[in-house]
Design a protein around this ligand. Sequence first.
Ligand code: AMP
Ligand code: MG
Length: 410
Amino acid sequence: MSLLSVAEARERILSHFQPVAAESLPLVECASRVLARDITASTNLPLFDNSSMDGFALRAADVAGAAPDSARTLRVVADIPAGATPTVSLAEGQAARIMTGAPLPQGADAVLPVEDTDFQNRSAGLPAPEFVQAYQAVKAGNNVRPRGMDIHAGEAVLQAGHLLKPQDLGVLAMLGEAQVRVYRRPRVALLSSGDELLAVDAPLESGKIRDSNSYTLAALIESAGAEVLRLGVAADRREAVEALVEQAATLQVDLILSSAGVSVGAFDYVKEVIESNGRLDFWRVNMRPGKPLAFGDYRGIPFIGLPGNPVSAFVGFEVFVRPALGRLGGLKTVSRPRVRVRLGEAVESDGRESYLRAEIREENGTLTAYLSGHQGSGNLLSLVRANALLIIPAGVKSAPAYQEVDAWML
Ligand code: AMP
Ligand code: MG
């Protein structure tokens, strides 16, 4: 078995995944979902010229040269609250009281804020005055938000493959997109394996440990936008593993994810079971932690076997499974953004591509990284204390303090 580079292993895995089907959902259910079609603006935004202030809509020419000691008097011919349709057309010397967001009347080309008039009372229900004194000049266009200023009808607004953020839902609402085509959430069957594993609430027994990976991995799966079906723990027996993967196949999931049982030799039963109805390759990936990785399919469903050590399982998820779930879920960009950080201390590696748990702090305006504790692949506390993974490239055995490296923020 040769050593695969991380990039090669990831590419091989990704080549087996395509986006799942799309569905139409009410907008209110679309937060953190992935758009399945491009969104083109069906209208201008704003929809109509409107006021950005509470004040008086007027003709800028009528208040040219106005000042506190040289006021211009205008006749108020209309009162336009937000939501109203103005019916007047302003003639010379005329103004309309107008509220923020209300449509500009015909003839008006600017809004004078109430603060710059003699009528400063904004109490609800107070009738508009008959005349208003303008204490300031305004230029045509001042305090007016013209139609289409933000978005033009026909403009491309969002692309398929985009993860919908809260503000995206806002713009979709503005555009009247009540039902949105999004990818359905990928479904992942999650199983653990090992005779040593106990449930979190079971009494401890000698030689046994609590299953922790299923909690970490289930939360990671959900954080990647997928649905998790927790199948539980299989004992180290062929029939136990078979029962769980058969269950996964029945549930028609998009991915079967397991942890443990991928180290060379000792776990032939996983290989045997998967290969009875599919294929399974055991890879050695040039990375640390998490060198062993199993990849294959069972009854046509992709199967990824992560290492059992808790940190290896986490890192393996971030490196291989999150991108695969991104591809399944329709995301256009599946790679995680990297940030450049400065090492606050020297770090060592063994020459494999290393993912080091680190705490990144801002020091004098520079993001500076310190290892967050013991880097052994079973030591979860250093990952708990980390806010980033430093990525030390393959071939690098040590990096001095002050050197810049890439990091994934967690
Ligand atoms: P394995 O890959 O089966 O050789 O397991 C490697 C290490 O990970 C062993 O120390 C296992 O006890 C541990 N391990 C395996 N599965 C889990 C799990 N679900 N939760 C916590 N530790 C585990
Ligand atoms: Mg095991």
